[in-house]
Design a protein around this ligand. Structure first.
Ligand SMILES: NC(=O)c1ccc[n+]([C@@H]2O[C@H](COP(=O)([O-])OP(=O)(O)OC[C@H]3O[C@@H](n4cnc5c(N)ncnc54)[C@H](O)[C@@H]3O)[C@@H](O)[C@H]2O)c1
Length: 406
């Protein structure tokens, strides 16, 4: 298999809400370095529609058939989360590059297996953390990495503007179920923010969390979560997310020894201290004095949508070997943080990171018990929870949620 004429031939596996956006952008020629080589969906009605829409593109019934029957160089996996890891493993075994939708898997243990398989195969493995392309987050990262703000002391992110109605949860039978999805807001909406939190603040070394299941909706999985994180070096953090608040808040604060970053309402507010606060604290003669402070406000708007930028970045990595903006391996950290939060909430214990093999196995046991209870139809934690799965979501209503919302 060769990457022909400087173009990566791509198969999209799972062509629902987001998969159809990726397929359409590639087919239209909007993604430099990519062409649409194949499509795959397990739903026969989707396949019929796809054949009508893309008469010259081969359409397959499952991932194995696509991998065996097409000559695509790479696949984009846009199925429900539980299929991301098994399909990625098959694709690497078949010598294909992989771009996976987030999250990398449901269990961090599976994400580790995919990362190992990617390394062994020598193929490119990317993940669709499209909010990394937002210039405001990139600027914040650049400031932090320059070292001018000093050591991190504390961070808090309240990201509760992931509001979802019951109609959203009822729009697909896999949604908001332990069996079909494997989790709630932490696994579906917040992965972007958890990834960015790690991208900016670094990986926590331990968490405690409370995840409230079916608090605001008729669902069994959590629709609100609060994580308390400890970072190496002593910094602490709080992460709050919810799909049950309207209009909700998106406010990220990072406090350092020599300043503070605040991202809210599409603006990065930078406060810089003239001296190190730790030094000032023990050298200032005045009890209530503050160090000298300067302020800068930065507003940067994305030039293009983040999905296309990640697609092009991935194509470039396949064609030229350039480093990825969003490597698949980073999906392990993001998923470890959310797995740890679930485990802490389920056990009431502090969970250390990186996840130990024992914690991974305990997570699997607790998740299996929830899946079993769901299959057996045993009462959900919140008795109001019972989903009917009957409502359709209009595509434009859905796509309005893809980019960063301030
Ligand atoms: N990066 C983002 O901004 C973003 C946005 C939306 C969705 N997503 C992610 O994309 C994934 C899909 O979400 P969606 O909203 O498009 O879901 P969806 O239900 O609309 O689409 C999923 C499609 O996959 C098909 N499918 C299911 N199992 C399959 C299998 N084993 N093999 C092949 N096809 C299969 C379904 O028939 C359906 O057409 C999720 O993991 C979600 O987290 C990411």
């Amino acid at each position: 298999m060769t990457v022909g004429n400087g173009v990566v031939s791509v198969g999209v596996i799972g062509v629902g809400n987001i998969g159809s956006v990726h397929a359409a952008q590639i087919f239209r020629g909007s993604i430099a370095g990519m062409r649409l080589g194949a499509l795959c969906d397990i739903d026969p009605r989707r396949r019929e529609t796809l054949r009508a829409e893309y008469p010259d593109v081969p359409v397959f019934a499952d991932a194995e058939a696509l991998l065996a029957g097409s000559d695509v160089d790479a696949v984009i996996i846009a199925t429900p989360h539980p299929f991301h890891a098994p399909i990625a493993l098959s694709a690497f075994a078949a010598g294909r590059h992989v771009l996976s939708e987030k999250p990398a898997a449901v269990e961090a243990a599976d994400a580790v297996k995919v990362t190992d398989a990617a390394k062994r195969s020598g193929k490119v493995y990317g993940i669709m953390f499209n909010q990394r392309t937002d210039p405001l987050f990139a600027k914040a990262r650049e400031l932090i990495r320059s070292g001018e703000l000093g050591a991190l002391k504390r961070t808090s992110w309240t990201v509760t503007n992931w509001y979802r109605t019951q109609a959203y949860y009822d729009s697909g039978s896999w949604r908001a179920t332990w069996n079909g999805e494997g989790g709630g807001v932490l696994l579906n909406q917040a992965p972007h923010n958890l990834d960015l939190w790690i991208w900016l603040a670094g990986m926590p070394s331990a968490v405690r969390a409370v995840c409230s299941e079916g608090k605001y909706h008729r669902i069994r999985v959590e629709d609100e979560a609060t994580i308390y994180a400890e970072f190496p070096g002593g910094a602490t953090g709080v992460f709050i997310t919810s799909t049950g608040e309207a209009p909700g808040t998106n406010r990220l604060e990072l406090v350092f020894d020599r300043g503070r970053l605040l991202l809210e309402n599409g603006r990065l507010n930078v406060l810089r201290l003239g001296v190190s606060e730790r030094e000032f604290c023990f050298t200032s003669k005045a009890g209530y004095a503050l160090p000298e402070i300067s302020e800068e406000n930065i507003v940067l708007r994305p030039e293009r949508d983040g999905h296309s930028l990640i697609l092009e970045d991935f194509a470039r990595a396949v064609l030229t070997g350039s480093p990825l903006l969003s490597p698949g391996a980073d999906g392990v950290n993001e998923l470890s943080l959310s797995n740890a939060a679930y485990l802490s909430s389920w056990t009431g214990k502090r969970v250390e990171l990186p996840l130990s093999p024992e914690s991974m196995s305990e997570f699997r046991t607790f998740l299996a018990a929830r899946r079993e209870a769901e299959r057996a139809g045993r009462p959900a934690p919140n008795p109001a929870c019972a989903s009917s799965n009957t409502v359709d979501i209009k595509p434009d209503e859905y796509s309005a949620r893809w980019t960063t919302r301030w």
